[in-house]
Structure formats: C-alpha cells, structure tokens
Design a protein around this ligand. Structure first.
Ligand code: T3D
Length: 262
C-alpha cells in the first residue's frame, strides 16, 4: 500500500489525504495510482457516501512533480498528452462522475493541476491562507485537468483568460468572492468544517445527490429542452428511491429524515 495517499474511513466518509508534503503534494505516478485506487474504492463501496480530499502539510497540491520532467533532453521531449490521457483526465472524470459528493478542503497552495483537481470537486472549502495558481503558463504549458473548461464557467471569460495567461496567485478570499470556490474558512477550523460538511453529505440522499451531479454536468452541453427532458428522467428515478419516500414521510411527520442512500 502506498503512503502517498492516506486513506481513512470516518463513518460514511472516505477521507483522502495527498501525502508528499515535502513536494507540496505534487503528483508522481505512485500518487496518481494510489488516488485512482482510493477513488475506485469509494465508488465501489456502497457504505461510502461522501469523499473528503485534502493535502498533508502546508500545501494542497502543486500539480505535476516537475522533478519527473527535468530529465527530458532536447531530442527526446516527454509526451505530456500521454500523461494527461493516462492519469489527469481519468482523475477529473472520476471526480465529476463519482456517484457521491466530493468535498475538497484546500489546506494551502493549489497550483497547476492541483488547482484544477480542487476545482473539479463538488464543494470546495479553502483555508484563509490557501491560494490557487494556474501555474501552467509559467512553464510554457496549457491549463489542464479541466482548467480551460472549469475556469470560464466558474469565474467568467475575462478572469479565466487573465488567470491562465498570467499564472497569478488567487487568494482563497478572492476565489470565494469570484465564485471559484464555495467558502473560505479560518485555517484552524478548515478540517473541522470540511468534516462536518462531509458528514452531513454522507447522511444525505446519496442516490439523489448522484442524480444532481449528473444533471449539473450535462447542463453544460445541452440546450434547455434537452435539459428539461433529462430532469424529467432523473426525477423519475429519484422519485423511485427509498430516500424520497423517507423524505416525504419525515416532512409529513415533522421530523428529520433518516436517509439510507438508496
Ligand atoms: O507533466 C505532465 O504530465 C503534464 C501535466 C501537468 C500538470 C501540471 O500540474 S503542470 C504545473 C506544475 N506545477 C507547477 O508548475 C508549480 C510549481 N511550484 C511552484 O510554483 C511553487 O512551488 C508554489 C507556487 C506551488 C509554492 O511556492 P512556495 O514558495 O510556497 O514553495 P516552494 O519553495 O517553491 O516549494 C516547496 C518545495 O516543494 C520545494 O522543494 P525544496 O526546495 O524544499 O526541496 C519545491 O521544489 C517543491 N515543489 C513545489 N512544487 C513542486 C515541487 N517539486 C516538484 N514539482 C512541483 N510541482
């Protein structure tokens, strides 16, 4: 088992901690593989009803480990498209399509792919001292891990262009003000708040949450007509769930619902 991603189970939450703190949790292949395994575990285990992703030490994630790229010589450039295909793209797809909510607790700097992996999670909390850097242009690269898709949608075209081209640091407070993330939290309260949020989601209607994720993801590539049809289909499915029946019953009985995730 790799120590590059710490996996801890707390009730219905699978807590994943990127764990290469001396490298600000930059990704090497071992960490990619460990994270892929952990997310596959989250997907397969019905008793996992929410995921919490964070980083060890003072950073969240500094993107690709550039030490693994420094050996390339002029005649033998690395095929970065292949790394995206092999690791980063499947990771973003996994986060976006996981049938359960993913909370990200950004505990420090999130740079390069690290920033966009955080933004691909469902609800992003950031420590007040955290920051987001589209570091790619600083080294001649293009924002990846969904950055060129997510950024304009989150912060608008003008800001997305400037962030991608300039690679400037965005503070957590700025990120919240721009709608890039959900919320800034004081550093010492980050994990407490993130865990409370993950616990709350893990006690929620997991099946319904999965359908919400599916609908929101589809909305970017569909017109209103198609989206209305999709909402009809997903609502039909949600209406057949045990949690919907429980939700209505609890409302009528004026008590909190006890969702089971089915
Ligand atoms: O290659 C492919 O497969 C394509 C995919 C690409 C995806 C990408 O993510 S490309 C972008 C890669 N990431 C970056 O360019 C960010 C590089 N890091 C930084 O710019 C800075 O470290 C930060 C702005 C993130 C933080 O700065 P600071 O001053 O707080 O920390 P530091 O001193 O720079 O870093 C601390 C240590 O972490 C340091 O090691 P040392 O000197 O103490 O032994 C530094 O080298 C190491 N580190 C930080 N980022 C990386 C890294 N080591 C390897 N790779 C990194 N990305």
């Amino acid at each position: 088992m790799s120590e590059t991603v710490l996996v801890a189970r707390r009730g219905g939450v699978l807590e994943l901690t990127l764990n290469r703190p001396d490298k600000l949790n930059a990704f090497n292949e071992e960490m990619h593989a460990a994270l892929a395994r952990a997310l596959a575990q989250a997907a397969a285990d019905e008793s996992v009803r929410a995921v919490l992703l964070t980083g060890a030490g003072r950073g969240f994630c500094a993107g690709q480990d550039l030490a693994d790229r420094a050996v390339a010589d002029d005649d033998n450039p690395p095929d970065l498209g292949a790394t995206l295909e092999r690791w980063y793209n499947p990771l973003i797809r996994r986060l976006r399509t996981l049938d359960k909510p993913v909370v990200c607790a950004v505990n420090g700097v999130a740079a390069g792919a690290g920033a966009n992996i955080a933004l691909a999670c469902d609800i992003v909390l950031a420590a007040r001292s955290a920051s987001f850097i589209q570091a790619f242009a600083r080294i001649g690269l293009v924002p990846d891990s969904g950055g060129t898709w997510l950024l304009p949608r989150l912060v608008g075209e003008a800001r997305a262009r400037a962030l991608a081209l300039l690679g400037e640091k965005v503070t957590a407070e700025q990120a919240e003000a721009w709608g890039m993330i959900w919320k800034v939290v004081d550093d010492e309260r980050l994990m407490e708040e993130a865990r409370a949020l993950a616990d709350r989601l893990a006690a929620g209607p997991t099946r319904g949450f999965a359908l919400i994720k599916r609908a929101l993801l589809a909305s970017w590539s569909q017109d209103l007509d198609a989206q209305l049809d999709l909402e009809r289909d997903l609502q039909r499915e949600a209406g057949r769930s045990q949690d919907y029946r429980e939700g209505v019953r609890a409302f009528m009985e004026k008590r909190p619902p006890r969702f089971v995730g089915r």
